[in-house]
Design a protein around this ligand. Sequence first.
Ligand SMILES: Cc1cc2nc3c(=O)[nH]c(=O)nc-3n(C[C@H](O)[C@H](O)[C@H](O)COP(=O)(O)OP(=O)(O)OC[C@H]3O[C@@H](n4cnc5c(N)ncnc54)[C@H](O)[C@@H]3O)c2cc1C
Length: 424
Amino acid sequence: MIPDKSPRVLELEARLLAFMEEHIYPNEKRFYQEAEDQGPWRLYPIVEELKVKARAAGLWNMALPDPAHGMGLSNLEYAPLCEIMGRSHLAPEVFNCNAPDTGNMEVLARYGTPEQQKQWLEPLLNGEIRSAFAMTEPDVASSDAKNIQSSIIRDGDEYVVNGVKWYTTGATHPNCKIFIFMGKNDPDADPYRQQSMILVPRDAPGVKVVRSLPVFGYYGVPDRASEVHFDNVRVPAGNMLLGEGRGFEIAQGRLGPGRIHHCMRLIGLAERTLAKMCLRTQQRVAFGKPVAEQSVTRERVAEARILIEQNRLLTLRAAHMMDTVGNKEAKAEIAMIKIAVPNMVCQIADWAIQAFGGGGTGNDFGTANAYATARFLRLADGPDEVHRDQLARLEFKKQAARNDKGGVTDWGVWAPKIALPPEM
Ligand SMILES: Cc1cc2nc3c(=O)[nH]c(=O)nc-3n(C[C@H](O)[C@H](O)[C@H](O)COP(=O)(O)OP(=O)(O)OC[C@H]3O[C@@H](n4cnc5c(N)ncnc54)[C@H](O)[C@@H]3O)c2cc1C
């Protein structure tokens, strides 16, 4: 059973909804205009203005589960709030709850030394700086993190960092001051102990953000994707996170909550897209009746509602399991939502684009941007296929571990137990 929302969450939700009505939705037009005019390398003044208001309203750092750094909400408590912020591309950064900063803050909170926390976590918590997570590389299939080729080599009191990274979200942001960089420090070690994560300041000599990358033709919003070169960058040995060879360990910790935040936000985006679709199809009359009265529209609206409810429940279940039995035990549920939710939103955004007609493909209604967001999230947190592969493996293991009777050839029982292939 998933518990009801606590009074604290209900109170936060009411305040967040009021802030969205008063400050976020009325400023979206300005936000998209600024993003278009300024491009991906500049600040958007509306974001900076609203950050001050959000902080003053006590709606700040809601994502961080450690009360020493944030509000101390559980994943389940945060989910409905994150969903509300997900309704607008403008909202997450205004509340200092945006990716990849929340994931990076969590890494620093969990694994950072007091010095690292003072230097980088504090300004991140204050919203004074931004950060990026640099793992993916153009030259290797990075969905398999064992392939990462960048190097982090010890030299006296320093590490020397080399590599080319791309799709590094946030690097073009003028306030991006720190990278969490993943690379190999020992290519001969066990494959899961070769990689480390190290803090690389943006202004260290040899760091170059070479270009902004479009995401389905969009620059900046919904994602400041960038290519970054690290050429013989020297950083103090104290910048290593957790220790040499512990990159995978950190990745496990980092990618749990951070990834489910994307799912929570996407449910908000699905709700907003469905709301727009209902309004538009009621307003437009074609062949003698509102488009909303066409059975195909009704079918899609009904399906969209079912999909949203199913996906929200699955996301809440994953969040509750992470809180109660831990990220490891919840890994099947986490994989399920990472596959299901972006696909669900792609489908609803696709129906909405169709319902809006030609205008659906442009920027006036947010439908194309919603599609781009959902579609890139079928990759950005690891491709669907990788999560499906993991989920199938977990299912095979579960079936093999069932303790009811039955062998591989024994069909006369409830279900025959399977033998696990040796590679599992
Ligand atoms: C907008 C955006 C933002 C991003 N932000 C960041 C970021 O901030 N930091 C960062 O480091 N990375 C980021 N990424 C990169 C993202 O994590 C990678 O694109 C993703 O992990 C896939 O790696 P790849 O691009 O190298 O694809 P590849 O590894 O080359 O995979 C290509 C395709 O191969 C197939 N495939 C792979 N494995 C399997 C399998 N086991 N079974 C079946 N098929 C398989 C899949 O179809 C997959 O899409 C971002 C990506 C996007 C699009």
